[in-house]
Design a protein around this ligand. Structure first.
Ligand code: ATP
Ligand code: MG
Length: 679
C-alpha cells in the first residue's frame, strides 16, 4: 500500500483533509452536456414548462397537450395527450439515425465471457422476443414478471415488454421463492421469464428450482419462459409449461413488431420496493414522465454521450439498474455495461480490470462498495490504468467524507467530479445532486436539489429550518419521474407519501372521496415526504442523514445514526460502521456500534478509545457509544443495505426474527456470540 509512504502522498492527504470543497475540473466542464449555471433559474422561472427540456430528449408519436395536469393531486399527470414507445426510444430511433453498429450493451460474464449487442442486434432480438411473448398470449397491459440475474436477456425482455405495451415487474434474482410468489400474486401476473441458473464466484446456482417453488404459490396459471444461462452445467429443466427462450427467439427470428404507441401516463413498469416493513409496495412508473426524467438526469448528471462507455454496477433488479443501466442510457443511445459477477472474483481488482479493458468513461456505484474497496486497499486499483474515467457517481446511502475522498483520489485520480445522487425507487430518478460541471462538490453532502426539484428540509411542523439544523426532507412540487401510485392501491399511496406534510383537509378529501371534484382545487397543498432526515447548509447543500426511523433517543436527545457512523468511519483504520440504539436501563436507549476494520488494522483497546473519542468530538459526549464491537461483516440486505433491525435486536438481547432476506445470514450468529461473550 502506498498511502503512507513518500512525501507527495503525505502532502496530498493533508491537502485533501483541509479542503472542504472541490471545484469541477476544467477539462470536464469544457465538454459537459450541461454547463450553464443559468439552468437553475431557467427551470424555476418556467416551471412546469421547463420539463419540456426533458421531454425533448425523446421521440414522441403524438405530441403532448399539457406538461403537467395537477387537477387531481397528488395523482399528477405529466405530458398528457402525448404518445410514445419506450423500446422505440431506446432502440429503433438510434438505428434509424445510423447507430446500428454501435454497441448498446456490453456484457461481462462472471466466468470471463463477454457478449456485445449492437443497437441493431438488440433491436432484432427484442423484436423476436416481443413476437414470442405475443404468441404466448401477452396483451397490452398484462404484467410480465422477470426473475433473472444480470444477463442480457433481462434488459431484452424488459424492452420486449415495453414494445408491446406490457408492463414488466422485475423481481431481483436474489429474492426468495416466496418473494416471487407474493409479487406475482399482487400484480396478478400470468407470465414469467426466468433462467435455469447463474454463477456466483464460479459456482453454478440453480435458479429454476427457486422459480418453480415460487410458482407453486402463485394463484394464476403461469406461462413460463426459461433462459439457458448454464448450458450443460445444470440440467436445463423446462417442466410442464415452460418454454425455451432460445427456441422462441429462433422461431421468431426476423419478426418485425411495431412498437405500440402508449399514452404518456400508461404504466411502463412496476417495481416492488423491498418491503423491509409490511407488504411490498408496487411502485408504478409511467412511459412518458419516467423515460423523460431518466433520460434528462442521465444527460445532465451522468453526462452520458452516445460515444461513451458507461457503467453502473447496480443490479437491474433494483430501480438504479432500471433507470441508469437500461432506460436512461439506452434512451440516449450510449453503450451501457452490464456485469454479472461480484467485485472480488476472481480477484479484488475485477472492476478496475473491466474499466481498463473497456475504457469506461463513467462509473456509478454505491458507498457500501466503495468502503469495501477501501478495506481491500489501494493496491488493486493501482494495478490498472483508470485514466479513461471522466466522471464518478454514488447512490444508495450517504457517503462519508473519507470514502468520498478515497474514491476521488484512488479511482478518479483527482480528475473526475463525483456526483452523490440522492433518490428513491419512488422518485424514479435522481433528485438531489450536484451538476458535475456547475457546482462545487462538498464531500458527504449530496448537493443542491436538481433544477426544477423543490426539495426542502423542514421541522416537524413543516416550517423550513435554519442552516445546520437537522430536519425532514420534503418535496413541494411534483416532477415527471415520480411514482404515480402504488399498484391498485391509491389510498396507500396517499397515506404513505402525502399525509405527513400536506394540507390535512386536502388529504382527508382525497381519502374520503377519491378523485372527486372537491379535491381538485388544492394542487398546491400537497407535499411529498420521502421519510428521510436531512440538514441543509447556507449554500443550500443537502446532507441526507438517513431514514427517519434511524434515530436513537438517548436520555431524551435525538441522535441520527448516520452522523455517528460518519464520525466513526473518519477514524483511520475503520472501514465501515453501523450504529443502532439498544435498550438501556437508565438512558432508555444507548448507542451501540458495530465496526469493521480495514484489512491491515487490528482490533485493540486503543482503536476502541479512538472511536469513542471521535464520536465525542464530532457529536458530543451524549452520543458516547455504550459498546464498540469489532466484526468482520455487517448483516446486509441483498441490495447492500445494513439490516439495522437485526443489530438493534442483538444490542437489546431480543429475538432475532426473520433473517431470510439477508445476503449473509451466518454473520448474525457470529455477532450475537460476540455480544454474549462480552467481547
Ligand atoms: P425499501 O424498499 O424498504 O423502501 P429503501 O427505501 O432503502 O428500501 P430505495 O428506494 O432503493 O429503497 O432507497 C432509497 C433510500 O436510500 C433513500 O430514501 C435514502 O434513505 C437512501 N439514499 C439513496 N441515495 C442516497 C444518497 N446519495 N445519500 C443518502 N441517502 C441515500
Ligand atoms: Mg423506500
Amino acid at each position: 500500500m502506498s498511502d503512507d509512504t513518500g512525501e507527495p502522498e503525505v502532502e496530498l492527504e493533508a491537502r485533501l483533509k483541509e479542503q472542504e470543497t472541490f471545484e469541477p475540473p476544467e477539462s470536464f466542464v469544457e465538454q459537459a452536456n450541461v454547463s450553464d449555471p443559468d439552468v437553475y433559474e431557467e427551470f424555476e422561472e418556467n416551471w412546469p414548462d421547463c420539463w419540456e427540456r426533458a421531454a425533448d430528449l425523446l421521440s414522441w408519436d403524438e405530441e403532448y397537450d399539457t406538461v403537467l395536469e395537477d387537477g387531481d393531486a397528488p395523482f399528477y399527470e405529466w405530458f398528457s395527450g402525448g404518445e410514445l414507445n419506450a423500446s422505440y426510444n431506446c432502440l429503433d430511433r438510434h438505428v434509424e439515425e445510423g447507430a446500428k453498429n454501435r454497441a448498446a450493451i456490453k456484457w461481462e460474464g462472471e466466468l470471463g465471457e463477454t457478449r456485445t449487442y449492437t443497437y441493431g442486434d438488440l433491436l432484432n432480438e427484442v423484436e423476436a422476443f416481443a413476437a414470442a411473448l405475443r404468441d404466448l398470449g401477452v396483451e397490452e397491459d398484462d404484467v410480465v414478471t422477470l426473475y433473472m440475474p444480470m444477463i442480457p436477456e433481462l434488459p431484452i425482455a424488459m424492452l420486449a415488454c415495453a414494445r408491446i405495451g406490457a408492463p414488466h415487474s422485475v423481481v431481483f434474482a436474489g429474492f426468495s421463492a416466496d418473494a416471487l410468489a407474493t409479487r406475482m400474486n399482487s400484480a396478478d401476473s400470468e407470465y414469467l421469464v426466468t433462467c435455469d441458473g447463474y454463477y456466483r464466484r464460479g459456482d453454478a446456482l440453480n435458479h429454476k428450482e427457486k422459480a418453480d417453488k415460487g410458482l407453486r404459490g402463485v394463484e394464476n396459471d403461469v406461462q413460463t419462459v426459461v433462459v439457458d444461462r448454464l448450458g450443460d452445467e445444470l440440467t436445463h429443466f423446462l417442466g410442464n409449461d415452460a418454454h425455451d427462450y432460445d427456441e422462441l427467439v429462433a422461431e421468431h427470428e426476423g419478426a418485425s413488431v411495431e412498437p405500440i404507441s402508449r399514452d404518456a401516463e400508461d404504466m411502463l413498469f412496476l417495481m416492488y420496493t423491498s418491503g423491509t416493513t409490511g407488504e411490498p409496495k408496487g411502485v408504478k412508473h409511467t412511459t412518458g414522465g419516467y423515460l423523460a426524467y431518466t433520460a434528462w438526469t442521465s444527460n445532465a448528471v451522468l453526462d452520458v454521450k452516445p460515444e461513451d462507455t458507461y457503467w453502473c454496477t447496480a443490479d437491474i433488479g433494483w430501480i438504479t439498474g432500471h433507470s441508469y443501466i437500461v432506460y436512461g442510457p439506452l434512451a440516449l443511445g450510449t453503450t451501457t455495461m452490464m456485469y454479472e459477477g461480484t467485485p472480488d472474483y476472481p480477484e479484488k481488482d475485477r472492476l478496475w480490470e473491466l474499466i481498463e479493458k473497456n475504457r469506461v468513461d463513467t462509473f456509478y456505484t454505491a458507498p457500501t462498495a466503495i468502503r469495501s474497496f477501501m478495506k481491500w486497499g489501494t493496491e488493486y486499483p493501482e494495478r490498472h490504468d483508470l485514466s479513461s474515467l471522466r466522471l464518478l457517481g454514488t447512490v444508495g446511502e450517504p457517503i462519508n467524507p473519507r470514502a468520498w475522498k478515497w474514491y476521488y483520489k484512488h479511482i478518479g485520480g483527482e480528475e473526475c467530479p463525483i456526483v452523490d445522487t440522492w433518490w428513491q425507487t419512488e422518485t424514479g430518478g435522481m433528485m438531489i445532486t450536484t451538476l458535475p460541471a456547475i457546482n462545487e462538490m462538498k464531500p458527504g453532502s449530496a448537493g443542491p436539489p436538481l433544477p426544477g426539484i423543490d426539495a426542502r428540509v423542514v421541522d416537524a411542523a413543516g416550517e423550513e429550518i435554519s442552516a445546520g439544523e437537522a430536519g425532514y426532507l420534503t418535496v413541494d412540487n411534483p416532477w415527471p419521474g415520480m411514482l404515480r401510485t402504488l399498484y391498485q392501491n391509491d389510498e396507500r399511496f396517499v397515506e404513505e407519501y402525502w399525509t405527513e406534510y400536506s394540507d390535512t383537509d386536502a388529504v382527508n378529501r382525497q381519502l374520503t372521496s377519491p378523485h372527486s371534484s372537491e379535491s381538485r382545487e388544492d394542487a398546491d397543498e400537497w407535499v411529498y415526504f420521502p421519510e428521510d432526515g436531512a440538514t441543509v447548509d447556507e449554500d443550500g447543500y443537502v446532507t441526507v442523514l438517513g431514514r427517519v426511523d434511524d434515530v436513537i433517543n438517548v436520555s431524551g436527545h435525538r441522535l441520527g445514526t448516520m452522523e455517528i457512523e460518519s464520525a466513526i468511519v473518519g477514524v483511520p483504520g475503520v472501514a465501515e460502521a453501523a450504529v443502532v440504539g439498544g435498550d438501556h436501563e437508565i438512558k432508555g436507549e444507548a448507542v451501540y456500534t458495530y465496526v469493521i476494520l480495514e484489512d491491515d488494522a487490528e482490533p485493540s483497546e486503543d482503536m476502541r478509545e479512538r472511536i469513542v473519542a471521535a464520536v465525542e468530538d464530532d457529536i458530543g459526549p451524549i452520543a458516547r457509544p455504550e459498546e464498540v464491537l469489532f466484526t468482520p461483516e455487517l448483516p446486509k440486505t441483498r441490495s447492500g443495505k445494513i439490516m439495522r433491525r437485526l443489530l438493534e435486536n442483538i444490542a437489546s438481547g431480543d429475538e432475532l426474527g426473520d433473517t431470510s432476506t439477508l445476503r449473509n445470514p451466518e454473520i448474525v450468529d457470529e455477532i450475537a456470540r460476540q455480544v454474549d461473550s462480552g467481547a
